[in-house]
Design a binder for this molecule. Structure first.
Ligand code: ATP
Length: 252
């Protein structure tokens, strides 16, 4: 459902991402991994069309650069790390923003269907009881759930997540990725995630693209990528050996 073909993109006329191609099928959770600064977030920004690109990025048959922003929002939603909160909206108001791409007219109003979807989205991530709380008074994990509910309310086909588990403790990291896993079960949905924690990648990804210096180093099924020597070559550390050493300590 998402086809990325020979794309180049970057900043100030300098390419960070160089000639990357891959496909994401419906039902897939693709993880983009690689060392710091290799271009993971930049690639995600191009897919969300936040930055321009050369080459082709299509959802179905439609090139995203030729799609109006509002129509693109019906297909793709991007969740980044928590940024500063500028407006003290309530949880309900923030989640409602997800519906705007589906509304028409100069002064759009939420229909009863929109309201049902907003409530359903808040319920999915356990926010109903705090729906009237101001978001600038929430904890980091509550705030992440608010942004996730907003994305669920947006009801896109593809969710892009840029290090969504940063600042969350292990319980909430797992909780967030489980919410996404449940969301993805519905037909014609896919997820692309930038994750640093290779244990979470191991557990939640179906496919992996391993970047190195803005280029595709490896791409394939999770078990093939995480078990071969490419990781060591790119990260400059024997990750499997390190993980296994720590695991033995947990088992002691
Ligand atoms: N807005 C920007 N303007 C100019 N250069 C940028 C901008 N954002 C990122 N870069 C540069 O692009 C390169 C790739 O950055 P990017 O954030 O995509 O990497 P990353 O793999 O996501 O890194 P990390 O794992 O550290 O989050 C880096 O050299 C970075 O300095």
């Amino acid at each position: 459902m998402l086809s990325v073909n020979h794309i180049f993109c970057g900043y100030n006329n300098q390419d960070i991402i160089k000639d990357i191609s891959f496909d994401v099928e419906a039902g897939c959770n693709l993880s983009i991994i690689g060392p710091n600064g290799c271009g993971k977030s930049t690639l995600l920004k191009a897919i969300a069309h936040i930055i321009p690109y050369r080459g082709s990025i299509k959802i179905g048959e439609t090139e995203i650069s030729e799609t109006k922003r509002k129509d693109l929002a019906k297909n793709i939603a991007l969740m980044t790390q928590i940024n500063s909160i500028h407006f003290p909206y309530t949880v309900y108001e923030t989640v409602s923003l997800g519906r705007y791409c589906h509304m028409d007219g100069m002064l759009p109003r939420l229909s009863s269907l929109d309201k049902d979807i907003i409530y359903d989205s808040m319920e999915k991530v356990g926010l109903l009881s705090i729906r009237n709380a101001k978001i600038n008074q929430l904890s980091g994990s509550q705030l992440q759930r608010v942004f996730l509910a907003k994305i669920f309310a947006q009801d896109p086909k593809i969710i892009l997540l840029d290090e969504p588990t940063n600042h969350l403790d292990l319980r909430y990291q797992i909780e967030l990725l489980e919410y996404i896993k449940q969301w993805k079960k519905k037909k014609e949905r896919a997820v692309v995630t930038v994750l640093h924690d290779l244990n979470l990648v191991q557990e939640y990804a179906d496919k992996v693209i391993l970047l190195n210096n803005g280029e595709k180093f490896q791409y394939g099924a999770i078990k093939d990528i995480l078990s071969n020597k490419s990781l060591e070559e790119v990260y400059k550390i024997d990750i499997k050996k390190w993980m296994t050493k720590v695991m033995i300590k947990w088992q002691a």
